[in-house]
Ligand binder design. Structure first.
Ligand code: PBG
Ligand code: ZN
Length: 328
């Protein structure tokens, strides 16, 4: 059917029609709010490149999490900023570590909230790399045990899901085995399976105080030029026992989300990372675009590409907007 018989504009004439025809919808259910937790009381350190985000002590973290729950956001992802760092990242798997304490308190206060914990060593190592060092290189196999210990300590604190973001080979299998052996067969693994070595992580690294002291993460995070490798990484993680797959970053990697959606049956989470957030906030502040509208368009596009859920620093703002739309 061709013009003038077929007129695509017929179905765009009113908001009601557009709503009826809409292929992708965003809901608060799809959103996961990343939060930074730090030792202390009453602490709320602003993160300059991430307006509206803070390093929060547990008391303030609980308040933000309550607000998120009230908006219908089902889950938070916790990143810890420890009181001290060392070469073996001991504060990553300490029983009284910051993430362990925060998880316990969150689950006690808000039992319906899903607590996902980021599992990595980079916030906890004095050199800032995601694993332990052998000379100047990150030792894969020596790191696995520490990652598994970290994941187990999070599970013991009550985490519903652990999310390894280190990109060591074999970590999902190691974590799954350790969790199962210790009676945590119901703790899920949300694996950062396709995590690229991206400069979009810049703001996060100052927020979580995790910049590497030397070198870069190119020997463990993926080359942005590769797509087939993402499928290989995802396939491995599924075989090792991942329950949910993360693609990260999101916006410059929508093709990866799409391709993985075609290949696998597991839920996919896309990580709309700190740099993607910062760019929109900065342009909005300059008056160069409408940050709010660009946010909604971006999140919708990430879902359209095939993501089932989105980790995003926009979670609160987006959920507030979605609530208004519903009540209109
Ligand atoms: C740590 C980690 C990073 C992010 C999540 N977990 C940074 C990195 O790998 O350097 C990035 C999140 C963001 O930029 O929002 N392994
Ligand atoms: Zn890391």
């Amino acid at each position: 059917m061709l013009f003038p018989d077929y007129r695509p504009r017929r179905l765009r004439q009113s908001e009601s029609l557009r709503r009826m025809i809409r292929e992708t919808t965003l809901a608060a259910d799809d959103l996961i709010l990343p939060l930074f937790v730090i030792e202390g009381k009453g602490v709320k350190n602003p993160i300059p490149s991430m307006p509206g985000h803070y390093q929060l002590s547990i008391d303030n973290l609980i308040d933000v999490a309550k607000h998120a729950c009230g908006l219908g956001i089902p889950a938070v992802m916790l990143f810890g900023i420890p009181d001290r760092k060392d070469s073996l990242a001991t504060r990553a798997y300490a029983k009284d570590g910051i993430v362990q304490k925060a998880t316990k308190e969150l689950k006690e206060t808000l039992d319906k909230l899903i607590v996902i914990t980021d599992v990595c060593l980079c916030q906890y190592t004095d050199h800032g790399h995601c694993g332990v060092l052998q000379g100047q290189t990150v030792d894969n196999d020596a790191t696995l045990d520490l990652l598994a210990k970290t994941a187990l300590s999070h599970a013991r604190a009550g985490a519903d899901m652990v999310a390894p973001s280190d990109m060591m080979d074999g970590r999902v299998a190691e974590i799954r085995e350790t969790l199962d052996e210790n009676g945590f067969s119901n703790t899920a693994i949300m694996s950062y399976a396709a995590k690229y070595c991206s400069s979009y992580y810049g703001p996060f690294r100052s927020a979580a105080e995790t910049a590497a002291k030397f070198g870069d993460r190119k020997t463990y995070q993926m080359d942005p030029a590769n797509a087939l490798e993402a499928i290989r990484e995802v396939t491995l993680d599924i075989e090792e026992g991942a329950d949910i797959i993360i693609v990260k970053p999101a916006l410059a990697y929508l093709d990866i989300i799409y391709r993985i959606r075609e290949e696998i049956l597991l839920p996919i989470a896309a990580y709309n990372v700190s740099g993607e957030f910062a760019m929109i906030k900065a342009a909005d502040k300059m008056g160069w675009l409408d940050g709010h509208k660009v946010m909604m368009e971006t999140l919708t596009a990430i879902k359209r590409a095939g993501a089932d859920m989105i980790l995003t620093y926009f979670a609160l703002e987006a959920a507030e907007t979605l609530r208004k739309i519903c009540s209109e």
